[in-house]
Design a protein. Structure first.
Length: 307
């Protein structure tokens, strides 16, 4: 019998773990494969580890990894993918916003329909703040416009993959990870399942608006060089504009003897051009900082315990 490994990143999720385990075990009981769970404790500060130890004591199918500190969800998913031994591997959130009941359809897709991956996407954002939903939609529109890698609007990390696809993902060992882009970049045939947004079963989200902004910047920088091109184009445009203005004022002075005036206007122009320069330098700095971090070759995560 084939085996399904389920990766579950956890960060301060002591309240959600019991609900998740009960729901997922019930859903997995109907699957025609053996099931194992790999929980990844991402440096939690609550009783998450104690909950995982209790689950392990009563169910040998439960395994867990503990990080030395908080490395982030991307690192937790990567660690789980490295540890998983199954023929099929699924990634799920522990808060039950990813419905375990979909596992049967996902397994059907890879076993009998010939897909390498069955992924999920939300078709609604009910319950999510409007401002957050607005910027999320705009982010997907932007990254798909400036990148050759398609990122599906509403895509979740919840997906089930074949071992071949998992190995391809593990070959990409970049530190600044954006999994939604990586899943798409490696290719392989993917089937999408749609479902409506669900609320967390317990606890609070760990993704603040600012963290999502930083995460979106990682995605743009990791899968598009368009911002660098934009900076170059802006430099060319403003050089041409400056040349045209120089000719205009030179000819105006020769023909009409009108001296160049307007001190406030000059200050505004200087500040505007200075801001454009700093903006372009900031774009270069973002790419340079990512390159700097990658050249350090630091590990994506550090394990404290593996059971």
């Amino acid at each position: 019998m084939k085996r399904l490994s389920i990766i579950v990143p956890c960060y301060n999720e002591e309240d959600a773990i019991p609900h998740y385990y009960e729901a997922c075990v019930n859903a997995a009981a109907a699957l025609p494969v053996e099931t194992e769970w790999w929980f990844v404790d991402d440096g939690s500060r609550d009783a998450t580890l104690a909950q995982l130890q209790a689950l392990r004591a009563k169910d040998e199918r439960v395994h867990y990894l503990t990080f030395s500190r908080n490395f982030g969800k991307e690192a937790a998913m990567f660690a789980g993918l490295e540890a998983a031994t199954g023929d099929y591997v699924a990634v799920m959130d522990v808060d039950l916003q990813d419905p375990p009941a979909l596992l049967a359809q996902m397994l059907e897709g890879v076993e009998h329909e010939g897909f390498d991956c069955v992924a999920t996407r939300r078709v609604t954002r009910i319950g999510e703040p409007r401002l957050r939903s607005f910027f999320a939609r705009k982010f997907y529109q932007l990254i798909n416009r400036i990148s050759n890698t398609e990122v599906i609007d509403g895509a979740r990390d919840f997906r089930l993959m074949t071992r071949q696809m998992v190995d391809a993902i593990l070959s990409m060992r970049e530190v600044s990870r954006f999994s939604k882009g990586i899943f798409s970049w490696v290719g392989f045939s993917t089937k999408w399942l749609e479902y409506e947004n669900r609320q967390r079963v317990a606890g609070e989200t760990k993704w603040s608006f600012w963290k999502l902004v930083v995460y979106s910047l990682d995605g743009i920088i990791g899968f598009s060089t368009a911002p660098l091109a934009i900076a170059s184009i802006m430099g060319i445009v403003f050089c041409l504009l400056a040349f045209v203005l120089i000719l205009y004022f030179f000819i105006k002075t020769l023909l009409w003897g009108d001296p160049v005036a307007g001190f406030p206007a000059m200050i505004c122009i200087i500040l505007f051009l200075g801001g454009i320069q700093l903006f372009c330098i900031g774009i270069l700095g973002q790419y340079l900082s990512k390159t700097y971090l990658e050249t350090k070759r630091r590990p994506i995560y550090i394990l404290k315990e593996k059971v």
